[in-house]
Write a protein that binds this ligand. Structure first.
Ligand code: TYM
Length: 360
């Protein structure tokens, strides 16, 4: 998909004088040029986060906190594009924030906030909605999948959801958006919206790029390896980050494989390939090492080893989660601190946008 107008120079983060994200203990943004590229990424507080979210996104956010200026967001406005129980949404929003800290998001190095804490997300979305051709949204495959046969009854928000996602990214002039493969098209749309706006109104937004890993960008459902692992499917399809050891063992034992015997990375054998990929990511071993480890062994042994390594990873996360969840006041304080620190960035971008568009 490309923007309808001719190509012009794009804003490079290094040349851009938008405010730098200040250190965690500061309260305002400064106007120095950026030293590092800025990351923005988000996750929805609907259902429970699962190892697909962890391996495709969260783990990378955590591992690369020193490489970027980091902004992570619990996107509760995205969650209401489908019906939510209000009490559950409130609880899930806080739980997910606690879970992200438990996975290793460090408040000293990364901002983590809740989308609705910064009203500019919604305001920029409206302006960008008015700049985005319907045809671009009609091409979004995730909407087609999610709406299915209900196209007439799903919310308009579900249709314009990628514009809210673009606003999230563009509001903070993010350079890099680390996501799983299912979000690739949405990040490309954000880039197209930025590009088209810049052509029409003058350089305003950094044009972001998706950062998608080769391995683990698409973890498949345990019970149906032809489908992506998703929190909206049945419990047997995913390992939740809060699953206790016996549940992990049971789900892995029942995961779909095939009638062959060899334990090798063969993409045409979707079930075992998916399980091996999870093992590869959690063990940090090469494919050759793993194939050698399980040469001559059966699925039962491999599945036991896979369950062990998942349980060991989750144990640490679950222990930290329990501590954080026990102190909601501290959690709220951390989220508020990030939101307060980021708000000037969002205000600055929105001010520029309104000025360019002629909104007083
Ligand atoms: P969400 O909440 O569905 O997923 C959060 C992150 O997890 C990744 N992911 C996966 N990765 C590998 N395998 C899987 N089976 C799998 N399932 C999910 C997703 O790709 C994502 O990176 N629209 C976004 C949230 C969002 C956002 C943003 C992301 C809102 N604004 C701005 C980036 C930038 C979403 O629904 O993610």
């Amino acid at each position: 998909m490309s923007a309808p107008t001719k190509q012009k120079k794009t804003v490079k983060a290094s040349e851009d004088a938008t405010p730098t994200l200040a250190p965690a203990n500061a309260t305002t943004a400064t106007a120095e040029p950026r030293k590092r590229e800025r990351v923005f990424s988000g996750i929805q507080p609907s259902g429970t986060p699962h190892i697909g979210n962890y391996l495709g996104a969260i783990r990378h956010w955590v591992a690369e906190q020193d490489a970027y200026d980091n902004i992570f967001c619990v996107v509760n406005l995205h969650a209401i594009t489908v019906p939510q129980d209000p009490d559950e949404l409130r609880v899930n929003t806080r739980r997910l924030a606690a879970m992200l800290f438990a996975c290793g998001i460090d408040p000293e190095r990364s901002a983590l906030f809740v989308q609705s804490q910064i009203a500019e997300h919604a305001e920029l979305t409206w302006i960008l909605d008015c700049m985005t051709p319907m045809g671009w949204l009609n091409r979004m495959t995730q909407f087609k999948t999610k709406a299915g046969d209900e196209r007439e009854t799903v919310s308009a928000g579900l249709f314009t959801y990628p514009v809210l996602m673009a606003a999230d990214i563009l509001l903070y002039q993010a350079d890099v958006v680390p996501v799983g493969d299912d979000q690739r098209q949405h990040v490309e749309l954000a880039r197209d919206i930025a590009n088209s706006f810049n052509h029409r109104f003058g350089e305003t937004f950094v044009e972001p790029r998706a950062l998608i890993r080769e391995v683990g960008a698409r973890i498949m459902a345990l019970d149906n390896p032809e489908r992506k692992m998703s929190k909206s499917d049945g419990e047997a399809s995913y390992i939740a980050l809060l699953d206790p050891p016996d549940v992990v063992r049971r789900k892995i034992a029942r995961a779909t494989t095939d009638s062959q015997r060899t334990i090798v990375f063969d993409e045409s054998r979707a079930g075992i390939f998916n399980l091996l990929t999870i093992y590869q990511l959690l063990s940090n071993q090469s494919r050759e090492q793993i194939e050698a480890e399980f040469a001559g062994k059966g699925y039962k042994e491999f599945k036991a080893a896979l369950a062990d390594i998942i349980i060991a990873t989750l144990e640490l996360i679950q222990r930290r989660y329990a501590e954080l969840a026990a102190d909601p006041a501290q959690l709220d304080a951390l989220l508020k601190q990030s939101a307060d620190r980021l708000r000037p960035l969002a205000e600055d971008t929105l001010r520029k946008v309104k000025d360019r568009v002629g909104i007083v």
